[in-house]
Design a protein around this ligand. Structure first.
Ligand code: SF4
Ligand code: FES
Length: 259
């Protein structure tokens, strides 16, 4: 094994390997050349170029997901030394060694560190996390939003569907139906948008049934884990109030006024 020129330093890694979905897992140890400023992905790339374990055994290249490499797309999330986070923005210098990498357990493992986050995208579809503007004709300008509200909404819109809050939440699992904190917060975001509010009642009704808001155990892990600092628990509290009002509207009827 070669080491970084001039430093002789190496990075010790331990990676939980899994060849197929639902297959057996095994830990493999690696040692890669250290470079100042390297992130977890650059260490993974070194393994990809030379897939040989620390005891000299040839192995398969490790698989993981990545895209933007700047903590925007959310694709590269994995559990690093026990904490779910992005491998592109986690620097080796910040970590204790050996650096232990595992896939997030909330999502099905595709292979090695690559997981299938479809449940989050399906949840966004379920709550209609979009502004409904159908039609091929010119709709003109949208309604103006007060600047303070726009700035507030921008913070919630930073969600990159990375799955870290879902992984941190004890109530989200492959076996549980809880929709999870990120899609809930997107309900609040789109219900606040002047045009998005047109289907506010549909979004609230979507989170009032099984697997919805009531399944939140208020552990507060999500808000502590979110790399974007999204106020998830504040969103959930606001949605509790909104769904209570919606429940009365459903029961007593409503004139469907959007407010
Ligand atoms: S709310 Fe935060 S932790 Fe959860 S998916 Fe969005 S960015 Fe990731
Ligand atoms: S590669 Fe996009 S968040 Fe890490």
């Amino acid at each position: 094994m070669t080491t970084a020129v001039g430093t002789g330093k190496t990075v010790k890694m331990e990676i939980l390997r899994q060849d197929t979905e639902g297959g057996q897992t095994r830990w493999e140890k690696f040692e890669v050349p250290y470079r100042p400023g390297m992130n977890v992905i650059s260490a993974l790339m070194a393994i990809q170029q030379n897939p040989v374990t620390a005891d000299g055994q040839k192995t398969t290249p490790v698989t993981w997901d990545m895209n933007c490499l700047e903590e925007v797309c959310g694709a590269c999330s994995m559990v690093i030394n026990g904490r779910p986070r992005q491998s592109c923005s986690t620097l080796i210098d910040q970590l204790e060694q050996p650096v232990r990498l595992e896939p997030m357990k909330t999502f099905p493992v595709v292979r090695d560190l690559q997981v299938d986050r479809s449940r989050m995208f399906n949840a966004l579809k379920k709550v209609k996390a979009w502004v409904p503007i159908d039609g091929s004709y010119d709709l003109g300008e949208g309604p103006r939003m007060p600047e303070r509200k726009r700035q507030w909404a921008y913070e919630l819109s930073k969600c990159m569907t990375c799955g870290v809050c879902m992984e941190a939440c004890p109530n989200v699992s492959e076996k549980a139906s809880f929709i999870g904190p990120a899609p809930l917060s997107q309900v609040r975001l789109f219900n606040t948008h002047p045009t998005g509010a047109m289907i506010k009642d549909e979004r609230l009704n979507a989170i009032m049934g099984d697997g919805g808001l009531a399944n939140c155990g208020n552990s507060q892990n999500c808000v502590a884990a979110c790399p974007k600092g999204i106020p998830l628990t504040t969103s959930i509290a606001a949605l509790n109030r909104a769904t209570t009002v919606q429940m009365f509207r459903n029961f007593f009827g409503s004139d469907h006024m959007v407010d």
